[in-house]
Design a protein around this ligand. Structure first.
Ligand SMILES: Cc1cc2nc3c(=O)[nH]c(=O)nc-3n(C[C@H](O)[C@H](O)[C@H](O)COP(=O)(O)OP(=O)(O)OC[C@H]3O[C@@H](n4cnc5c(N)ncnc54)[C@H](O)[C@@H]3O)c2cc1C
Length: 402
């Protein structure tokens, strides 16, 4: 069975891996000259198996006017018809019931992903800076501690092993946070969360699949249009050539909408820009992954380096504010954790990526209404965490239909 995977981010290449292991003849197409060049390039690297909380929740509604008025430094909003349409679906997800259902669904997928990556790691002949780092989510107020307690009670019923720590317990887990003591009211600690570099994983997987001849990569090639005939998907136009296959899997992250609309499908994916910096460690660089919830920043220790990531900008594909946003991220990160990194390093490796966000936060995985067309896209803030499980499921869906 011949399958074309569209998009060579961590999701597309992992999908190609599972398809090839199920005996498919696979081609991966991407417009970039290297794999993992989109959102998968320099994300925070957190395999956040237990922190799968939906962004869309009742508390978020009260924050929306302030976000639109620019009162949160971590969120930059540029209103557009596309954002208003997406935003109204997002608002519909902001109920207690939906927030809980979305969080639990993501938790279950994330826990399966952890098992699959553990299995896979033993078979991969390359290093991708994987480490069992553990993760602390810092809570700054008593209100946040109480909300986290209620949330953990629900997640624990579904197998989540995270625990609520006092300030002193959190500092015992990560002494490097001592200077932030005043900002810590408590923390959620998950021993089982990990870190690894998703671009190295994607590139290593590509080399392995190319070397064993199981997957062909057609890079620097743009997918322009999907082609339907006789009621099913028959082809994709790539740089003017029509490529045919038995099945197609769209894994184009934030760009999926552009291609899917050529066959009348709207996946409701909005690009949400985030930024990262990669710096040498400072005198008190945490070893544990740290999420400073209130400041919308995370700190990860990857192969000795400190990667700081954060912000959620709703400006469509506009990148004109990148320089300003990266500078702000650097300043806020320095203000919050002055000794975590060498903030004055010559090259802080500023980077921006588009998270492919659905209103519910859950990705689209599996068949569409068009026979032969499958999706594995819309992973939002957790694409690296969820990649193994959703790619495994997408590959199963493709092969079980035929
Ligand atoms: C700042 C930041 C921090 C993050 N931190 C984490 C984290 O710690 N943990 C976590 O789990 N997730 C994290 N994420 C989210 C994660 O990075 C994404 O969910 C994930 O990378 C999405 O992967 P993808 O393969 O779906 O998309 P992408 O990696 O964006 O891949 C899409 C691909 O489609 C290609 N493409 C686009 N248009 C076309 C076309 N017309 N033809 C051919 N190819 C095309 C692109 O070139 C690209 O390679 C973070 C994201 C950001 C921005």
């Amino acid at each position: 069975m011949r399958v074309i995977v569209l998009g060579a981010g961590v999701v597309g290449v992992t999908t190609a891996f599972y398809l090839s292991r199920l005996g498919c003849d696979v081609m991966v197409v991407d417009q970039a000259s290297e794999v993992g060049d989109g959102a998968s390039f320099a994300n925070a690297g957190q395999l956040s198996y237990t922190f799968t909380d939906a962004l869309a929740k009742p508390e978020f509604l009260a924050r929306i006017p302030g976000l639109i008025l620019g009162r949160d430094q971590g969120v930059d909003v540029k209103l557009s018809p596309g954002l208003i349409a997406w935003g109204s679906r997002f608002v519909a997800q902001c109920t207690h019931g939906q927030a809980k259902a979305n969080t639990i669904a993501m938790l279950k997928t994330a826990m399966r992903s952890a098992e699959l990556l553990t299995e896979l790691r033993e078979r991969l002949p390359f290093d991708f800076w994987h480490r069992e780092a553990g993760k602390l989510v810092i809570l700054s107020t008593e209100g946040e501690v109480e909300a986290a307690r209620a949330n953990l009670d629900v997640k624990r019923e579904h197998g989540c092993d995270a625990e609520l720590l006092t300030r002193d317990q959190a500092l015992a887990v990560e002494p490097a946070l001592e200077r932030m003591r005043g900002d810590i009211a408590g923390a959620v600690y998950s021993k089982s969360d990990e870190v690894a570099d998703s671009q190295l994983f994607t590139a290593g997987l590509r080399d392995m699949l190319e070397a064993d001849g199981s997957v062909e990569f057609r890079l620097s090639s743009r997918a322009q249009k999907l082609v339907k005939a006789d009621g099913r998907l028959r082809g994709v136009v790539v740089d003017g050539d029509t490529l045919e296959a038995d099945a197609f899997v769209v894994c184009m992250g934030a760009w999926s909408h552009e291609l899917l609309r050529t066959v009348g499908i709207n996946p409701n994916i909005f690009p949400v820009r985030g930024y990262s910096l990669t710096l040498p460690p400072g005198d008190a660089a945490p070893m544990v992954s740290v999420t400073a919830l209130r400041h919308r920043m995370v700190y990860s220790r990857l192969n000795g380096l400190v990667r700081i990531a954060g912000f959620a900008d709703f400006r469509g594909f506009d990148t004109s504010a990148d320089k300003k946003r990266s500078e702000l991220l650097l300043n806020l990160a320095r203000g919050y954790a002055p000794d975590a990194a060498e903030y004055d390093a010559d090259d802080p490796k500023p980077w921006g990526g588009f998270r492919p966000m659905t209103p519910s936060g859950q990705p689209h995985v599996g068949p569409t209404k068009i026979p032969g067309l499958f999706l594995n896209t819309g992973h939002g803030m957790l694409g690296w965490t969820l990649a193994c499980a959703t790619s495994h499921d997408a590959a199963q869906a493709v092969t079980s239909v035929h």
